[in-house]
Design a protein. Structure first.
Length: 145
């Protein structure tokens, strides 16, 4: 028997509690750029001061930036200060909090995203789940709250 007029076919039915908002649950390229710029502004002064130290400054900058991103993205808040300001956060593919190791892999995966002329970052504007190359490598998503 054909579906009644106005009935939704089972293939298109949504799970209970689903509310259509018109927006994707994923944070797109420009939201992520905005969050990153806020994070850079936050890190600018402390990293600038550390840069005054010759070799130690370089090492402290690398470690400081890594810990800033990895510790916050693997924390209960799942986001850096910049991401929190824009109401976005990092999850694994099942929507759970990521581990420190996964956050570290995601952070250093950004080097590869940068080395290929930024194409790894731009992928976030074109993939279905708005993932950059570093997100795909670390099995993470950046979502909207």
């Amino acid at each position: 028997m054909p579906p009644q007029y106005g009935a939704m076919p089972q293939a298109y039915a949504q799970p209970p509690g689903y509310v259509a908002t018109g927006a994707l649950p994923y944070a797109g390229f420009w939201m992520r750029v905005g969050a990153y710029l806020l994070d850079v502004l936050i890190l600018f002064i402390p990293l600038g001061i550390l840069s005054l130290l010759p070799i130690l400054g370089i090492i402290l900058n690398i470690v400081g930036i890594w810990l800033y991103f990895a510790l916050q993205e693997s924390s209960e808040r799942q986001a850096t200060i910049g991401k929190r300001a824009l109401n976005i956060y990092v999850t694994d593919l099942q929507g759970r909090r990521i581990s420190f190791g996964q956050a570290t892999g995601r952070h250093f995966g950004k080097i590869i995203s940068s080395l290929i002329l930024g194409i790894g970052y731009m992928m976030a504007g074109f993939t279905a789940q708005k993932q950059g190359l570093h997100d795909i490598m670390a099995s993470t998503l950046v979502k909207r709250r």
